[in-house]
Ligand binder design. Structure first.
Ligand code: AMP
Length: 452
C-alpha cells in the first residue's frame, strides 16, 4: 500500500513474488487499484499459468499502475490446475471491486458451496478462495466496514487462511485464528507491505515490523494501520512443514529463523542417529541447512555433493513416468570428485513417495560413494494434510505402508534415520505448531465428507 510515497506498487509486488516463487510455481498474478484521470478507481489485474518471470514483463507491469497492489503465486492444492484458479481473484459486488489472494486450505467449504449454490450463486472455479470472496461480498452489504465483514466471515470459515484483500481504498491482511500459514508486516517509507515470508520484504528493501497475529485483521488506509484482534488468542497451530521444507532459509517466521531451525534439526538427527562416515551432504534446497547442522553436531565434514540446475521452469517438459529417473538427473547432478570413495551421510527434508530419494542414492553410488546413509529432517509422512500442503493420498505415502527397515531397503540406503517426533519442538523453540501429517492429530475437527 503506497501511502504518498509514489511507489511503483506493481514492480515491487513483482520483485516480492519473485522472492516467494518457491511457495508456488503453478500460476501467478498481480492486481492493482488504478485511479484514472477522472478519479475513478478500477481494479486491474494480470495473471496466467507459469512462473513469475514467464508471466510478467515490463509492458504488463507498466499497465498495472495503482495506489496499492496484491500478488499471488499459486501452489495448487484444492481446485483444478487452471487459469480460473489463478489468483488474485477479482470480484465485483454492490460496493465496488476487490482483489483477494489466499494462502492455505479451508476445510468446511463444501457445505458452504452447496448452501451458496442453493441460493443461486455461481462459481468460476473449484477453488475454495472463491467461497471467501462470496461470503465477503455478502457480509459487507450488512456491515459498516470491510474489517467488520471480514471478522464475520472468519466466524464462518474453518481451516487455514492467510489472506490479503485489496479494495479501492484499503489493503486488508487476515490470518486465521490458528495461524497455520505465516504472514508478516513490513514497512517501506510510509507504506505498508504484507507477505508470507520476510524474504519478500528483504527483496524490496522493506523493514520487518511484526507478524500478523493469528486471528488478526489488519487494515491499511490513508490514515495508517488499524488492527482488529477480537478473534486472537486461540491455540496456535503453525505448519511445522514451513520450517522443514516450504519456507526459504533466509526467512524468519513467528520470530524463528528458518535456517536456524534446520540447523537444529540436523543437530538433533546427528544425536539420534550417529554413524561412522567421511562426509555429510544435503539435498538441495531444503536439505542443505539440516546437513550443515548434522555436520556440526557430528564433527563429520560437510561437503557439496550436488549441482542443481536453477533454470528448470514451467517450460521443462517432464519426462514420462517410465523416464522418471532422468527427471531428477536433469535437475540435479552429483559432483563425483567430492563423493568418490567416500562413506556419505545424505540429509534430505522429507521422503514422500520415496522416488526422489531412491534416485539420488543411485546417483551417489554410481558416482563412487561407497556407502549412503540417509537422514531425514522430518518424521515419516503418514497422514494427509487438509490445510494446504499437497501430501498425496495414503496409498502412495511410502511410510504409510512400509516399515523404516523396508523403506531403507527400497531406496537402496545403507541406513535410514527419520527425525524423531518428540525432537521437533526443540527445532522451533516455544512455537505451538501443527504436525498432523506426522501424527494424525489435527488441530481442528475435519468434516467427514473430506476425510481421505
Ligand atoms: P518423493 O520422491 O515423493 O519422496 O519426494 C520427496 C521430495 O519432494 C523431498 O525431497 C522434498 O524436498 C519434496 N517435497 C516434500 N513435500 C513436498 C510437497 N508437499 N510439495 C512439493 N514437494 C515436496
Amino acid at each position: 500500500f503506497s501511502n504518498d510515497d509514489d511507489l511503483d506498487v506493481s514492480r515491487l509486488t513483482y520483485y516480492a513474488l519473485y522472492a516467494l516463487q518457491h511457495r508456488g510455481q503453478e500460476s501467478c498474478g498481480i492486481a492493482v487499484n488504478n485511479v484514472d484521470a477522472d478519479g475513478n478507481i478500477k481494479m486491474l489485474q494480470y495473471k496466467d499459468m507459469g512462473l513469475v518471470q514467464e508471466v510478467f514483463n515490463d509492458f504488463v507491469l507498466n499497465e498495472l499502475s495503482g495506489q496499492a497492489a496484491v500478488g499471488h503465486v499459486r501452489y495448487g492444492t484444492t481446485g483444478a490446475s487452471s487459469r480460473e484458479s489463478a489468483q488474485p481473484l477479482v470480484s465485483r459486488y454492490l460496493k465496488g471491486s476487490f482483489a483477494l489472494a489466499h494462502n492455505g486450505n479451508l476445510v468446511n467449504v463444501e457445505a458452504m458451496r452447496e448452501e451458496l449454490q442453493a441460493q443461486g450463486a455461481i462459481f468460476q472455479s473449484t477453488n475454495d478462495s472463491e467461497i471467501v470472496a462470496h461470503l465477503m461480498a455478502k457480509e459487507r452489504i450488512n456491515t459498516a466496514s470491510t474489517a467488520e465483514a471480514m471478522l464475520k466471515v472468519m466466524k464462518e470459515i474453518k481451516g487455514a487462511y492467510s489472506l490479503v484483500i485489496l479494495t479501492p481504498k484499503r489493503l486488508i491482511a487476515v490470518r486465521d485464528p490458528q495461524g497455520f500459514k505465516p504472514m508478516c508486516i513490513g514497512k517501506l517509507k510510509n507504506s505498508y507491505v504484507f507477505a508470507s515470508e520476510t524474504c519478500a520484504l528483504d527483496s524490496i528493501g522493506a523493514d520487518y515490523v511484526r507478524e500478523v497475529e493469528p486471528g488478526e485483521v489488519v487494515v491499511v488506509d490513508k490514515e495508517g494501520l488499524h488492527s482488529y484482534t477480537e478473534l486472537c488468542g486461540q491455540k496456535r497451530a503453525l505448519c511445522i512443514f514451513e520450517y522443514i521444507y516450504f519456507a526459504r532459509p533466509d526467512s524468519v517466521i513467528d520470530n524463528m529463523n528458518v535456517y536456524h531451525s534446520r540447523i537444529l534439526a540436523g543437530k538433533a538427527l546427528a544425536k539420534s542417529y550417529p554413524v561412522e562416515a567421511d562426509l555429510v551432504v544435503g539435498v538441495p534446497d531444503s536439505g542443505i541447512a539440516a546437513a550443515k547442522g548434522y555436520a556440526e553436531g557430528s564433527g563429520i565434514p560437510y561437503g557439496i555433493a550436488f549441482h542443481k540446475n536453477s533454470y528448470v521452469g514451467r517450460t521443462f517438459i517432464k519426462p514420462k513416468q517410465s523416464q522418471r529417473e532422468s527427471s531428477v538427473k536433469i535437475k540435479l547432478n552429483v559432483l563425483s570428485e567430492v563423493v568418490k570413495g567416500k562413506r556419505v551421510i545424505m540429509v534430505d527434508d522429507s521422503i514422500v513417495r520415496g522416488t526422489t530419494c531412491a534416485n539420488i542414492i543411485k546417483m551417489l553410488k554410481a558416482a563412487g560413494a561407497t556407502e549412503v546413509h540417509v537422514r531425514v529432517s522430518s518424521p515419516p509422512f503418514l497422514y494427509p494434510c487438509y490445510f494446504g500442503t499437497d501430501v498425496p493420498s495414503n496409498e502412495v505415502l511410502i511410510a504409510h505402508s512400509h516399515s523404516q527397515e523396508e523403506i531403507c531397503e527400497m531406496i537402496g540406503a545403507d541406513s535410514l534415520g527419520y527425525m524423531e517426533l518428540d525432537k521437533l519442538q526443540e527445532t522451533v523453540g516455544d512455537i505451538c505448531y501443527c504436525d498432523a501429517c506426522f501424527t494424525g492429530k489435527y488441530p481442528m475437527a475435519i468434516p467427514e465428507n473430506i476425510i481421505e
